[in-house]
Design a protein around this ligand. Sequence first.
Ligand code: EPS
Length: 374
Amino acid sequence: MKLVTAGESHGKALVGILEGLPAHLHIDFDAIDRLLALRQSGYGRGARQKIERDRVEFLAGVRAGETLGSPVCFQVANRDHANWERVMGAKEADTSLRTVTRVRPGHADLSGMLKYGQSDARNILERSSARETAVRVAAGGICRQLLEALGVFVSGYVSEVCGVRDEAEYPFEALERAKDEPLFMLDPKKQAEAMALIDRLREEGDTAGGKICIRVKGLKSGFGSCMSYESKLDGKLAGALMGVQAIKSVEVGLGARVASHRGSEVHDEICYDGGFHRKTNRAGGIEGGMSNGEEIALTCAMKPIPTLMRGLGTVDFVTHEPMRADNERSDVCAICAAEIVLESVAATVLAGEVLARLGGDTMEEVIGRYALLP
Ligand code: EPS
């Protein structure tokens, strides 16, 4: 299965094409729209989210609510495009409008301009913008529905905002209620502290990142492979999750903590009770590059949004004069959006792994083959 996305932040729409889905996958359109709405939610977002009302629209590959086995094409419209038609028109555009030359530290602006021969960062930031993740959430929404038909569920929560940390461990069933919380945090005291911090940062023209825990329940063992380095499941997940805007690290299970503990404190002892299990899950459900049947546990770090309202020091791209970086408006913290995006990207990788291993032209074949796995 392959996902291609296209679209600029203030262009007409974001588009995705998913190729390789089996026929007869029932699509719950409302469930995808609920994920899109969740991606727009969260304490600390900026004014843009008041403009957008993201909805998925299918253009191809789905008929009467079911996939046909052909490539599935879908779009999420940019409502803000109505305000940007003169700037972003495909055939005619006034490129003297809304130019950005005071390149922003932490963004793709400067490296992108040098690489693509542009003198206006608009031509870079429109695509590097995290707005693109809306369509990856739509793709992930489709993939989650495939996984759910097999009994595989993806969830998660926010475990840190800019140093305000929740280190508690939660059972999978407790995670879903995070989506009812303003910062997707499960500890009310920590969440209140994080919200107060976001208020303070907004006043100071600053931004915050944080950490997100993603968990997957119900995936059988043997997805990914120990046989070649490219097929390791942890490598594929980490690569895809690092491909989400602003994600700077991905840890599996104990992650970086493995370095400071002895073997007996890191590895999970094996037992048998009618099936093989681990007594603990420090490996985060992946050993030797393969799922081991335990929950998959991933922790991702998001950097603070690089557009600061107070502007970091930079130089103008054209004049080379030192000045404060450009800003038009900015989120203070988009950790909830990132949480939904990371769940969606993990679901897309795992659905791809399931289809690569099992094949199947129809959902019935995929479900039947999955049921035969130990
Ligand atoms: C983004 C900048 C902001 C965010 C945007 C990502 O948009 P604008 O420049 O239009 O104010 O709101 O995110 C979204 C629009 C979204 O839907 O997530 C950036 O520079 O990455």
